[in-house]
Every structure is written in C-alpha cells, then in structure tokens.
Design a protein around this ligand. Structure first.
Ligand code: CA
Ligand code: CA
Length: 336
C-alpha cells in the first residue's frame, strides 16, 4: 500500500509539473546497479566480413537489454571478493602430479604467465611461466598490488572470473553482448570511430612501438592503467578497447558464427570448444585487446576482434568485467 501510494504521488507530480518527460530513456529496473551501465536491447551485425577468419561470417544478432560494468573489475574489487570468501585462484593452486604425469616439477607449483619483453630479434618467447605469479603478484614474486588497486585485476582464469561474478550476483557477458556493448548498432571499426589516431593521442591503453621489443609508451602505460583512464564509449563503458583482455562467457570455436545461421537472438555461444591450433584444450573467448596490442600486432581492440585462451589459464594481460540480466520476461539461461 505504501509503495502504491508513493507511485500515485509520483504520477500526479509528473502530470502537474510535466517533469517526467525528456532525458534518457528509463530503464526497466527500480535501481541502477552500482558501477554498471544499461545497454538497451537491439539488433546489430556481429563479426566482420573483412576481419580474421573467425570473425566471419557477419551475422544479425538481436539482444535483450542488459547491464554491464562500466569498467574492468579492479584489484580492489577482487580483493574484497577474496577477503570475504577465501577464494583461491587457479594460479595459486598447485597441480596434482597424478593428473599431469610428465609435467616438469616447476610447472606443478602455483604460478602463471608473465609478459617479458625479449631482446630485439630474439626468438625467446615473451610469455614466461613464473612460479608465484598470481593476481596478488601480477609480475611474479616481489610484485604486489601497492598503488594499483584501481587497475584491472589480471592473472585470473575464466573460472576465477565466474567465481567473482557469482559472488557479486552477476555473470560474465556473452560474446555477443560484449561486442554490442563495445559499439552498438551502428558501430565503427573501433569503439572510438573508424580509424586509429596518431600514437600520441591514443584513445586506449595499447602498445606503441615495435612489439614485443620496444614500447614507446606514447599512451603513458607500459602495463595496466587505472580503469577509466581513457575516454568511455557512447554507452559510458571504459577500456572496451585495450588495457586488458576481458573474459566473456562463450566457449571458443573459429566457426562459432556459422553454427546458428545468419540471424540469432541472445546467442550463448557454441556448446563445445575447438581451437584447431590446440585441439583438445577447452578455450573461452576474450575480447577487446590489451596493453600488448598494436596496429602492427594483434589489433585486438577492433570491435569484432576475437581471442581465445585456455579456460584454466591466467595471464598478465587478461581480466574481465561483469554483466547482469534484468529480471523480467526474458528467459535466458543463466551462466555458470
Ligand atoms: Ca600502453
Ligand atoms: Ca579491456
């Protein structure tokens, strides 16, 4: 009765004062979830017919509206989750030698993959396994989160991201949701427009210079940047290009867009994973590129660009953001 009376008063006020017209479209929930933006439902063309093979063919996707975090999940936010739950990330757990016979002992210890810029023209890999690297020590032993509480959390596996999302009462965005949130219905090549500005006016935290040997730091950041440092896109979302790759819900297949036909509604991705480069490894999709992407290497910050990684692997350039389904007539499968 009290809520009904309040609603009546609001309606009367609107009629008398004319104060309920104009402004942004109302959203279909009573409260705006903290730190999230509402993405109205709509239809867009997912993928790119002139992008990489796994971005093809372009298909029509219709989505119901949803909420999505304005920023990547930060170290401070992830710290609160761990403090409250005692959660131990994949990178902090030792592997069972019985499950991985033949694996070198050092790879059984807790650790993760850290980017190390090699010498010029070196054939050395730039991803190195570092024992003791984890979200708490993103660069390995000796590194910590001092001064980077507002940077995106990294070294989290897909299942770590899901655990956080469950704790927060949210979920990971689907790949289609993520792509739509990056560019909307009439999107360009990049979240900021059709072309790449000069390096000294970079609109995102990416890599300037000759990857992987020389980082010119034109955007001011060699690694992660505080979330929201760069201009947000038209939905108010920051770092949809660059800073860190972001896990999304979907399993990875290069032919994912062919499976459901040319038109699909609220796709959840394929039912199984397959990467021809690493058959048998279950992979999930990552989106948006990172501080290691450049115009001559990766360009993962293109809106349609796809990346994949083993679901149980943390990386120094990968984090995530969460989404939220609005309660109501939508009947979507909830993510695990
Ligand atoms: Ca940078
Ligand atoms: Ca990002």
């Amino acid at each position: 009765m009290v809520r009904g009376a309040l609603l009546f008063l609001v309606l009367i006020s609107c009629l008398l004062l004319g104060g309920c017209k104009g402004g942004p479209s109302p959203v279909p929930t009573a409260d705006t979830p903290g730190g999230m933006a509402w993405i109205p439902g709509g239809t867009f063309r997912q993928g790119s017919d002139d992008g990489a093979a796994d971005e093809r063919p372009q298909r029509s996707v219709t989505l119901d509206g949803f909420w999505i975090d304005r920023t990547e999940v930060t170290n401070d936010q992830f710290s609160r989750f761990v403090l409250e739950t005692g959660y131990v990330t994949v990178a902090e757990r030792p592997l069972d030698s019985a499950e991985f016979p033949g694996l070198q002992a050092k790879f059984l210890e807790p650790g993760s993959l850290v980017f190390r810029s090699p010498e010029k023209n070196s054939r050395e890999t730039w991803w190195q396994w570092v024992t003791g690297a984890s979200w708490r020590s993103p660069l390995g032993p000796g590194s910590d989160l001092t001064g980077i509480g507002d940077h995106p959390v990294v070294q989290v596996a897909w299942q770590d991201a899901v655990a956080f999302a469950n704790w927060a009462g949210k979920r990971l965005p689907t790949e289609a949701e993520w792509e739509y949130a990056a560019g909307g219905e009439e999107r360009e090549r990049y979240p900021w427009g059709p072309s790449m500005p000069p390096a000294n006016r970079s609109p995102a935290n990416i890599w300037q210079g000759a990857f992987p040997w020389q980082n010119d730091l034109a955007d001011g950041f060699a690694g992660t940047a505080p979330v929201g440092t760069f201009e947000a896109n038209s939905f108010g979302l920051s770092d949809m290009a660059g800073n860190v790759w972001e896990w999304v819900f979907d399993l990875y297949r290069p032919d994912a867009y062919r499976l459901d036909g040319p038109s699909v509604r609220n796709p959840l991705g394929p039912d199984s994973s397959h990467d021809p480069q690493e058959p048998g490894v279950i992979k999930r999709v990552m989106r948006g590129g990172s501080f290691l992407c450049s115009e001559v290497y990766c360009t993962g910050y293109r809106i349609s660009a796809r990346m994949k990684s083993s679901a149980d692997t943390g990386l120094g350039h990968t984090g995530f953001r969460c989404a939220l389904t609005v309660p109501g007539p939508q009947q979507r499968r909830s993510t695990p």
